[in-house]
Design a protein around this ligand. Sequence first.
Ligand code: ATP
Ligand code: MG
Length: 412
Amino acid sequence: MGNIQKVRGFQDIYGENARRYRLVVDTAREIFKLYNFKEIILPYLEDISLFKRSVGEETDIVQKEMYTFTDRGGRQIALRPEGTASCVRAYIEEKLYGEGGYHKLFYEGAMFRYERPQAGRYRQFHQVGAEVFGVSSVYADAEMILMINNLLKSLNIQTRLEINTLGTFESRRNYSEALKVYFSQFRDSLCETCRGRLERNPLRIIDCKVESCREIAKGSPVITDYISEESKERFEKLLNLLDRFGINYRVNPGLVRGLDYYTDTVFEFITDRIGAQGTVAAGGRYDRLVQQLGGPPTPALGFAAGVERLMLLLDSVQEKEKLFSVISLTEDQFPKALEFIETLRKNGIKGELVLRSGSLKSMMKVADKFKADFVIFVSDRCELKDMKSGEQITFLSDGDLIDYIIRELKTV
Ligand code: ATP
Ligand code: MG
């Protein structure tokens, strides 16, 4: 029998990739906190109908990408494909709105979508995301974009921003009607999925990745012609704010996003460095969703970034703390060596006690394998070897050596 392998589209994240993962998530957390977002830790499983009613019945996610099953109690369950729906559910269910003011939440964690795996596209992937509930101010849109921009800057990742407005719920509906009329002329040339979308959600056709549909979509009515004056002014205001902060963007009237719940602002941060999987962060406003899911009328907006895609764009990520490896030169000095290394750790210094006894050479090999920056030899004396320069210093007592390390070497 062969070895058991991981499930297709799932990944083990280890070594440098684990460091990349940590850097992305930790940096995002820091930035979220600077903007005073509070963490919400959401369940991985939800009632299927949550996603049907929010993400939308006609979306790729709900139609073909969700992992679903019936649990032992006969409930229809989905592994969450995204975070916004759960945030909204929690906002309503936990009655967060009851506390007055407005609410800013962030989350991180795994999402699941049954897609064709490729670079930057997996069946289990991770997102960091944030949502603002109860604010319609355009400054909230601007702040969110500034926040994502800061996150990308902190990670030293270059992207371009594409932005659009979908207008209000009503103008979106009028636009939908116009699209239906337009695409109906080309019914037979549309892909099968889009033929289905024609009746129920023609907006989705614009988002179709099939080449023939893309061609047809090029001549379709543009959303700009259906947007109310108020929405247009709002959008102008947002663009002016972005100008003011030196954020480059491109207005892309074809940007509709793959989910049903968006109104007014939608945006994507895109890179060309990972092929078709170019969107690293995406989001927008969804002023109707909370109400649609049974909550009070609550304007809201949010975004999510794909952790794996950001990981692919990072420069190499090395461990920055120096490693001190301790070698006990004789078997009976091990207790002392252990004591020594524990003292280092208590002082915030990363230590590895070589847990093999044998020749000095074999023990040095272990220290080398761990890429120790310094090796400390414990016997009746204490010696420190700098592995880079080869320099070796003898100390009169353990205390002197520890003081020296803390003073001189901890942050080399
Ligand atoms: P795409 O058009 O690439 O399929 P999407 O519009 O489905 O993206 P969203 O639902 O907006 O993506 O999710 C937000 C972000 O999560 C994406 O911009 C991307 O960075 C990431 N993401 C989405 N699906 C995957 C996946 N299968 N694997 C890895 N990252 C993903
Ligand atoms: Mg997708």
